[in-house]
Design a protein around this ligand. Structure first.
Ligand SMILES: [Zn+2]
Length: 257
């Protein structure tokens, strides 16, 4: 059954849950290498567009490369929830050195806080995905962009190549112009901004963006330490395949699909 979905930007349409044939996508190592699994899943499960939101899709088919990260992730969560139910169970290791217990956690994916694209952000996105702000210390105006599907595919490579200077790499990746600074000097300029300016800029990235907040607070059942973690998101997210999940689904009496 098609299921209506409305993304944070206003993009809306219908999706379906995963079918067995999508196993091929999840297991495809070539797709994994090119970070294209998410794109293939979105393409397979997004059925019809009822509102293109802020996007202009050439042939009325969603071009996931153009779609904001927040919309893509929201759609993925919906596909996941539609396939296996909204409950998501995972385990992480407690961060307390003296504890290191395995923390079992479960949450409802549809309860994660989601922020819509503001009118101001929609306008900036429509005028070429250019967002303006002013660095407090440097006193200069800078323009940056929100991340889209095309960018998302490049992120793992950036993370790998710049693991020890992620902040610098991310700023260079997202800042498109600095007032009075030549394009060739931009990277050096961004290396020279104060940490306070960098922190301000990252806050600005978040402030104008839309999407699902995936930072969650969990509590260790052993030592009761509270800790923030990023929602674990890998291939097991789409193939839980664990007895526990199956049992829970049986208990709730609902069948996927
Ligand atoms: Zn603990």
């Amino acid at each position: 059954m098609p299921h209506p979905v409305r993304c944070p930007s206003g993009l809306a349409g219908t999706i379906r849950g995963l079918k067995v044939r999508e196993e091929r996508i999840l297991a495809d190592r070539k797709l994994a290498k090119s970070n294209s699994i998410v794109d293939e899943l979105l393409r397979a499960c997004w059925e019809e567009t009822t509102d293109a939101g802020p996007y202009v899709f050439p042939d009325c088919k969603v071009d996931w490369d153009l779609v904001l990260q927040g919309d893509r992730f929201h759609s993925l969560l919906e596909i996941r929830a539609l396939t296996y139910g909204p409950e998501y169970a995972f385990a992480v290791t407690c961060r307390e050195d003296a504890c290191r217990a395995r923390i079992e956690w479960e949450l409802d994916l549809r309860q994660l806080p989601t922020r819509g694209l503001s009118d101001e952000s929609r306008a900036a996105f429509l005028s070429g995905n250019r967002f303006e702000t002013r660095l407090p210390d440097a006193g200069k105006r800078v323009w940056f962009r929100l991340l889209t599907g095309a960018d998302e595919r490049k992120l793992p490579a950036i993370r790998k190549n710049a693991a020890d200077r992620m902040l610098s790499a991310m700023l260079a990746f997202r800042v498109v112009e600095v007032e009075g600074v030549d394009e060739r000097e931009r990277r050096r300029f961004l290396e020279d901004v104060t940490m306070r300016d960098a922190d301000f800029l990252v806050d600005e990235f978040d402030r104008v963006d839309c999407g699902v907040d995936t930072t969650i607070e969990i509590e260790c059942q052993e030592c009761f330490a509270r800790q923030e973690v990023q929602l674990p998101f890998d291939q097991t997210f789409f193939m839980p395949g664990k007895g526990r999940t199956a049992r829970r689904r049986d208990r709730s009496g609902s069948s996927p699909g």
